[in-house]
Design a protein around this ligand. Structure first.
Ligand code: ZN
Length: 205
């Protein structure tokens, strides 16, 4: 799920008129650039999703791994389909249906006694030892839990507003924007998808 350096894309973005307002767009927009909230009506502009290439199968051109850089599309797919962030196979336990999840302090925010938001995808039972070994961030503050299910929550995004001197100004990085927070969607460049975990239980170690 980590991005390789040649996969990172820095296409320029700008504000464009949309339905009488402004929204963020790539300067050479493509239809697949925007993602819609699960409950969005047809006229909502959606959220601009950061572009990225997929060069996993081309080791000669993909460059070195960029630690701390999630691959936007792979992360999204893991969350949509609850795939393991290491092996990309379904993460849920086939017998119990419970989903193993490594929760770190930096990537988890509690929203209730047994619920919370994260942008870190699940890790299947087979890959947990490997994930702990390979990811230094995990080792410092991780707890292994099981999760009964997830709900869509929103995105983590870099936020912009139209600028006076330059065409746009940054107003924040890694900001949580909820799917139903429609008024902020036109100003967000989504870099990962957040889900809300439900029925979280710690696994005794
Ligand atoms: Zn796995």
């Amino acid at each position: 799920m980590i991005a390789y350096s040649a996969e990172l894309v820095t296409d320029p973005i700008e504000f464009e008129p949309y339905a009488g307002k402004l929204r963020l767009a790539y300067k050479n927009p493509k239809a697949g650039d925007w993602v819609k909230a699960p409950s969005a009506s047809a006229w909502e502009p959606g959220i601009l999703r950061a572009r990225v290439r997929d060069l996993r199968d081309r080791p000669a051109t993909r460059g070195p791994e960029r630690m701390r850089k999630l691959h936007v599309r792979r992360q999204w797919r893991c969350m949509d389909k609850l795939l393991c962030q290491v092996c990309a196979l379904p993460a849920a336990d086939r017998q119990t249906g419970l989903i193993p999840w490594l929760l770190t302090r930096t990537a988890f925010e509690a929203t209730g006694l047994r619920s919370g938001r994260t942008n870190a995808p699940p890790t299947c039972a087979r890959c947990i030892p490997k994930a702990l070994e390979e990811c230094p961030m995990l080792r410092s503050s991780v707890s292994l839990c099981t999760v009964e299910g997830v709900k869509p929550a929103g995105v983590l995004a870099d936020m912009y507003r139209p600028g006076i001197v330059r065409t746009l100004e940054s107003t924040g990085r890694n900001v949580f924007v909820a799917w139903d927070d429609y008024q902020h969607h036109p100003y967000a460049l989504a870099t990962s998808q957040m889900v809300e975990l439900q029925g979280i239980r710690p696994v005794p170690s």
